[in-house]
Write a protein that binds this ligand. Structure first.
Ligand code: GLY
Length: 356
């Protein structure tokens, strides 16, 4: 029996509507109950987020808007010239230019804002918040992000500290034997550059700051900010400003964020997946481990160490709306996170998928 295209679509449409409706109601019946909401402040963040978490909780306790409290906490680290992974003093791209990425997400509105490849502005997290609050967009990049920041009165400055410049110059002089850049007289040109061992097998560093918070009113907010992969190809954007990769917040379930190899999070929508797994009943730690396992299983061969494990570091952090926090790391290098339980902030060792 023949069927016209219109007839086929009508039949499929009706069938799908019934099928999907049936499947949805069955799924809804089977779905585990969402965790009971609790009240914060409770904060989880990356290992460099001790001051940020303390500032965030202090601000929330004083009645500051919770997302602003988190961002002001992150601003402290963006302003710190000694943190080489974020804001002022962040390690530059391969041309010696500091390019910053950041995102914010607010569970109360499910709105998000982000900037990528932003130059000359030390607080990309604050610019990301303005993208969320003062535009109809989610992500603004490069020169457009700089012009947007200027329009909001941000001051431009040279973000390359002398320390970061010297680290970059050493990288430039040492990363290849086949160019004309030479280290200072009396220094041997290395055959293999030392960065290779800095983060388990990676040539470069991926430092970043992440903070997720359960607020006093039981809402969820989060922010991730970074100078990204050190010595990256100019214009390279990692996971931090990509909603669902380096940050995701769902007020019904929880919030998650990440630091480490951004490319792995971009390929796996990691933060979104952590939140979805918590929706399905996993604890934050279980959800983070499941995502790491999936990422590890999909890692391309050139990134595996001789034992067949991902040679890079990747850390996931999550807080559920009932206040439970947890995280997991791919490898033991710098596998620490910060948790503020509302009374004090503590740096905790993270469990790891590989290497103990
Ligand atoms: N996770 C930071 C980056 O890859 O840029």
């Amino acid at each position: 029996m023949s069927m016209t295209r219109r007839g086929f679509l009508a039949t499929v449409g009706a069938g799908s509507a019934m099928g999907v409706g049936g499947a949805l109601s069955a799924a809804a019946q089977d779905a585990p109950a969402l965790p009971k909401p609790a009240n914060g402040p409770i904060v989880i963040g990356s290992r460099n987020a001790l001051a940020a978490a303390t500032r965030a909780v202090g601000g929330m306790r004083k009645g500051e808007d919770p997302l602003d409290a988190v961002i002001r906490g992150i601003n402290l680290v963006e302003d710190d010239p000694n943190d080489d992974s974020v804001g002022l003093g962040g390690l530059p791209n391969e041309d010696g230019e500091v390019e910053l990425d950041a995102s914010v997400m607010d569970g109360r509105t499910h709105k998000a804002g982000a900037v990528a490849s932003l130059r000359h502005i030390r607080n990309p997290a604050s610019v990301a918040a303005l993208v969320m609050r003062r535009t109809d967009h989610v992500l603004i990049v490069g020169d457009g992000a700089l012009r947007f920041a200027r329009a909001h009165g941000f001051q431009e400055e040279n973000l390359l500290t002398d320390k970061a410049r010297r680290v970059w110059l050493e990288w430039k002089e040492q990363h290849s034997e086949h160019d004309d850049w030479l280290p200072p007289e009396g220094t041997e040109k290395k055959k293999e550059f030392g960065w290779k061992t800095r983060i388990d097998g990676s040539d470069f560093t991926y430092g970043t700051i992440h903070v997720s918070a359960l607020t006093p009113a039981g809402d969820l907010v989060g922010c991730t900010s970074t100078s990204g992969l050190s010595f990256k190809i100019p214009g390279r954007v990692g996971d931090s400003p990509i909603i669902g990769a380096g940050l995701f917040v769902d007020n019904q379930v929880g919030a998650a964020g990440s630091t480490g190899r951004g490319e792995a999070n971009l390929q796996n929508c990691s933060s979104f997946l952590v939140v979805e797994l918590m929706r399905q009943g996993r604890t934050p730690e279980e959800a983070c481990f499941e995502v790491l396992r999936r990422i590890a299983g999909r890692t391309e061969k050139r990134l595996l160490n001789p034992a067949g494990e991902p040679g890079y570091q990747l850390k996931l952090y999550a807080v559920r709306r009932d206040g439970l926090t947890g995280g997991a790391a791919m490898r033991p290098v710098e596998a620490e996170m910060v948790v503020h339980d509302g009374r004090e902030a503590k740096k905790l060792k993270m469990k790891t998928l590989y290497g103990g």
